[in-house]
Structure formats: structure tokens, C-alpha cells
Design a protein around this ligand. Sequence first.
Ligand SMILES: Nc1ncnc2c1ncn2[C@@H]1O[C@H](COP(=O)(O)OP(=O)(O)OP(=O)(O)O)[C@@H](O)[C@H]1O
Length: 315
Amino acid sequence: MNMVQIRNVVKKYNGKAVVDHLNLAIEEGEIFGLLGPNGAGKSTTIHMLTGLLPISGGDISVDGISVKHNPLEVKRRIGLVPQDLAIYEQMSARDNIVFFAKLYGLRGKALEAGVDEALELVGLSDRRKDKPASFSGGMKRRLNIACAIAHRPRLIIMDEPTVGIDPHSRNHILESVKQLNEAGSTIIYTSHYMEEVEAISTKVGIMNQGRLIACGTQHQLKEDIGQDDKLTVTISLSPDSEVDAAIGELLEHPRIKQASLQENALQILLPSADGSLQDILFILSKHRILVQSFEREEPNLETLFMSLTGRQLRD
Ligand SMILES: Nc1ncnc2c1ncn2[C@@H]1O[C@H](COP(=O)(O)OP(=O)(O)OP(=O)(O)O)[C@@H](O)[C@H]1O
């Protein structure tokens, strides 16, 4: 079942479409990474999805409910972690979470349990009584997340939650995302950091200039673009004739597309290095070529984005 269905959605500012006939379905249980450079339309899409911005054309449904026709029901199902911090500096961490959880209708024991759980998840239980004015940037971001999840939403949307924070908080946030997903929430995570999206997403959508230019699992995206794994095999000094013979034999292998010698390293291109490493080692040892090191580079989302748009994800 689809948790989110975006159908032909358009958002125009001054006659110009910043989200341009966007179609996207996100299944229940996914961690969906929405990737795109600054200005691609990620935040605008999220704001329409959460009912914060009116939609110029098309419709969005969440959990089968139309955002246009029933925005309050949709809001109840969503926890939004906004890009800009939305916390009160003069209230304790706990009171901040209580405030937002009450807005979502939590009361009594459910409120207590939800708030404790949220504090625990973001690693701020021991700072519950402190005011965020004394927190680091990363801790504030974590509190920002806690405020959006105490009501245990079915869909959690995080808009660039790791911008400008320390590595410790960043890792903590990425771990929290996985835990929230394991506990049953569908997650949408926007970022222009490719590494983060690669690390946690079960599916990835790439936006550029208001349009979805690629969507699928990382494996599918890699297949779509038809990129190859690149193996760099550094070898000991060996007779030219043996190296030439080994290269000839490597090129006869059904999966190997390219093999050449550069300096003292063989560069081998193949669709996926998995399953062929043994064959490569066997061919080299047959020609008495000693391997010093192996390095494998996989295609990544950055190279995919570049090949689709000719631009870099990060400006
Ligand atoms: N209120 C507005 N009025 C006019 N143009 C706007 C408005 N809000 C956003 N835009 C434009 O819409 C485009 C998409 O912006 P959006 O914030 O959705 O991008 P984004 O992908 O979230 O980028 P970022 O990573 O910088 O947040 C940008 O060109 C932006 O300038």
C-alpha cells in the first residue's frame, strides 16, 4: 500500500512552476530519500504534502486521504521535522516536546510515554530539564526531531535534518531514523548530502528543477544508469608478455567490459564486481601475476545525478 501518492502536482510562483507535474508514490515502510540540489523543489513538495502550502494543480494523498480535501486528517498522521528549527529556547527540552505532542492531541499516560520515548530516541533523556538555549546545534536538531515524533506518526518527514551539525549528532540522527522506521513509521528524508541518503534509504528519488528525474532502489538506479564497478588491481612487476596474455584472457570473460594496464595497476570495468573476483584472481595467478592490492569503486548517486543533469548535487 502507498503511504504517499503525489499525482501530477504543480506549484507555481509568479507563473513559474517550481514543482512541475510531479508524480511520486512512496510505499508504507520505506525510508525514502529525496535528493536534489538547492532549489530543486524538495521543501516546496514537503510543504504541500503536509498541507502548509496550497497546491496549484494535481493532488496528494497520505494514507489514502487527500491533502486537498481533508488536510486535518492528513496532518494527524504526519510528524514534520522542519528544516529551520522550531523549538522554544526558554522552555525545557521536555516541555518543548510536551507542547508539540499536545498539539497533536496526546494526553495523560500516552503523552508521558510518547515524550519519554522521544527523549530517549534522540539521546536527550538526561538533558530533559535543560533549556535548549544551552544546547549545541546538533542537540537542538535532535530536540527538533523529538518534537515531531512523540505522537508516533505513521509518516515522518525530515527536511534536511543534518545541515550544519557535528558528526556525533549526525550519526545519532541517522540511527534514530532507522529506529523510527523499524518501529513502523514510513520516513521521507530530504537532503543534498548524497552519502546520507545512500546510507539509510530503501528508495531514492532525485529531483531537479521541480521534476523527478530518477526514482527507485539504489540498485535499480545503478542498473538504470548502466554504470560499472571499477576495479583497480595493483600488481607486482611482471613480464609484459604475461600481463598482455592475462589482459587478453580477462577481456574474454563474459562480464568484463574493459581491462587495461595503467602504471602498475590493472583497471577493470564490469557491471558488478560481485561474483567475478574469484575469476579475476584465478586468471592473474595463472599468469603468475602477484596482486598487491584491490580497490573497488561502486557507482554512486552523485555520478548518477551528474550523468542525468550535467551538474553537481552540491553547488
Ligand atoms: N515563497 C516563494 N516565492 C517565490 N519562489 C519561491 C518561494 N519559495 C520557494 N521558491 C523557489 O522555489 C524553488 C524551489 O525551492 P525549494 O525550497 O522547494 O527547494 P529545495 O529543493 O528545498 O532547496 P533547499 O535544499 O535549498 O531547501 C526555488 O527556486 C525557490 O527560490
